[in-house]
Design a protein around this ligand. Structure first.
Ligand code: AHR
Length: 513
């Protein structure tokens, strides 16, 4: 039994005993009984739209084919970017895109990607295989960002290029005057400078970004950041459960960084055998959701270390790579995986967790946007499919910019083999129009849940569920896991919401007049 205060964990034992009694008395087919008590008080600063951000890396069919088909392609496109995918991304809203990697970023020379496309160099893609012909470079990516309406987060190379290369790239993109680099940009077809809001100073510097010690990375970060102007300076942070690295970076680089990063991948297995994206059983379902919930412990631990040296919370935490990572099927492009209802659950649980940590978590970027890892969109030639993860992002759109509210959720746990999970997970927020937003996730693949609340009035929204735990959308069956309308009306006892097994419900409850 868990009794979770969404901002604190008080009365745990009492609530646990109560719900255990409810749970053991219930028949397995009966709805799980949960209670959500919503407080009018804010639980933290607003949910930055950037936590619904994206990550686009030159890997597999993520950029080439998934997004870029080239201006000559028979697939309808605008200056090379495919119209179907860009349209879907515009609809779901992309507040920020991180590019060009990942590991790719620390092996990338921005000069390879400017100028006459036919003359651009062809390099091996060291991390993800094949070759990179640099057909998509700075001008093309910035065009994509403008077509989608997204802020730009440039992941710049600290691992294998000098600081001058990083500062020159920024100058090339953002300089409005008549410097040599700005004039070169103009000759390459762009007069007006672009806006670059965020610059990542290296990526996974502890690994593919240069295998550095924290102390060395911190010194290097300070050197590179010295030559950056008017951007949010993002230091590469943790991805291996290494709190000490965060401490070193905060101590040595604190004044030279505005944000640092956390990478967290969810998998049912481990790095040697991650598990399959479809065809899994209830145990794999439970292990995956347990792994997804683990991100909260990492955020809390990293935040605690940051608090030691930054109690005013000036430095933000960007979870700039998160999502599921399964074994790539034989014959598939690098990092390709199918995306099922389970992935949508992982997304919903992650959003709820980000909402609980808004004091630090100001950006999060799903890995990755199209055809790579936990993608929102999968493409097959000229066809495109929206994944259950896309629909989870869509359901949660009203939370962008909303203020999280204090709330207490009582919900019994359930057990699958050796894994115990809460049956229900929740997030509550106040939207700008005063309405209350509820996101409720029923993690139990077997039992429905009834969530009684202290709210009045009616709730309107959508539910995402499907008959099978691995339900997924394909070109042949694009509607296997799609949202349906959902509504509930308060009775004498207040508003109660019925959640189907393995479902995500997001509703809005209008402010009482
Ligand atoms: O997202 C795939 C890879 O995962 C990224 O390139 C890297 O930063 C991380 O290890």
């Amino acid at each position: 039994m868990s009794h979770r205060s969404l901002d604190a964990g008080k009365k745990l034992a009492l609530a646990a005993a109560m719900a255990m009694a409810i749970s053991s008395a219930a028949n397995a087919a009966d709805p799980v009984q949960a209670r959500l008590t919503v407080d009018a008080e804010a639980a933290g600063p607003r949910i930055e739209p950037g936590v619904y951000g994206h990550f686009v890396e030159h890997a597999g069919r993520g950029v080439y084919e998934g997004l870029w088909v080239g201006p000559e392609s028979p697939i309808p496109n605008t200056r090379g970017w495919r119209n179907d995918v860009v349209g879907a991304l515009r609809q779901v809203g992309v507040p920020v895109m991180r590019w060009p990697g990942g590991c790719f970023a620390d092996d990338y020379d921005w000069r390879d990607g400017i100028g006459e496309p036919a003359r651009r160099p062809v390099r091996p893609n060291r991390w993800w295989g094949g070759v990179e012909d640099n057909r998509v470079g700075t001008h093309e990516f910035m065009d994509l960002a403008e077509q989608i309406g997204s802020e730009v987060y440039i992941a710049a190379n600290m691992g294998s290029m000098p600081p001058r290369a990083m500062s020159h790239w920024l100058e090339y993109m953002t300089e409005g005057g008549k410097t040599t680099l700005a004039e070169e940009r103009r000759r390459n077809g762009r007069d007006k400078p672009w806006k670059v809001k965020y610059v990542g100073v290296g990526n996974e510097s502890w690994g593919c970004g240069g295998n550095m010690r924290g102390e060395y990375q911190a010194d290097l970060h300070n050197q590179y950041a010295t030559f950056l102007r008017d951007v949010v300076r993002v230091a590469s942070g943790d991805g291996q459960g290494n709190d000490q690295l965060i401490d070193v970076l905060m101590e040595r680089s604190g004044p030279h960084l505005d944000a640092l990063t956390l990478h967290y991948y969810t998998m049912p297995g481990d790095w040697s055998k991650k598990g399959d994206a479809t065809g899994f059983d209830a145990q794999q379902w439970a292990r995956t959701l347990k792994s997804a919930l683990g991100i909260e412990g990492r955020i809390a631990a990293v935040s605690k270390v940051m608090d030691k040296r930054d109690d005013k919370k000036r430095v933000a935490l960007y979870v700039d790579e998160w999502g599921t990572w399964y074994d790539t099927p034989a014959g598939a492009s690098a990092l390709w995986q199918q995306n099922s209802l389970r992935d949508a659950m992982v997304a919903a649980l992650s959003f709820n967790i980000f909402h609980r940590h808004t004091a630090r978590v100001k950006m999060a970027n799903i890995a990755q946007m199209v055809n790579v890892l936990q993608a929102l969109v999968l493409t097959e030639g000229p066809r495109m499919v929206l994944t259950p993860t896309y629909h989870a992002f869509d359901l949660y759109q009203p939370f962008k910019g909303a203020t999280p509210l204090k709330a207490t959720l009582q919900a019994p746990p359930f057990r699958t083999g050796d894994v115990e999970l809460p049956s229900v997970e929740a997030s509550v927020a106040r939207a700008a129009d005063g309405s209350t937003l509820l996101a409720l996730v029923n993690l139990d693949p077997q039992r429905p849940a009834r969530v009684a609340t202290n709210l009045k009035g009616s709730a309107q929204g959508r539910v995402l569920t499907a008959p099978a735990i691995d339900a997924h959308n394909t070109v042949a069956r694009p509607q296997a896991a799609v949202p349906a309308p959902y509504s509930a009306r308060a009775g004498a006892e207040g508003l109660a919401l019925d959640l189907p097994p393995k479902s995500i419900v997001v509703v809005s409850v209008p402010a009482a007049r």
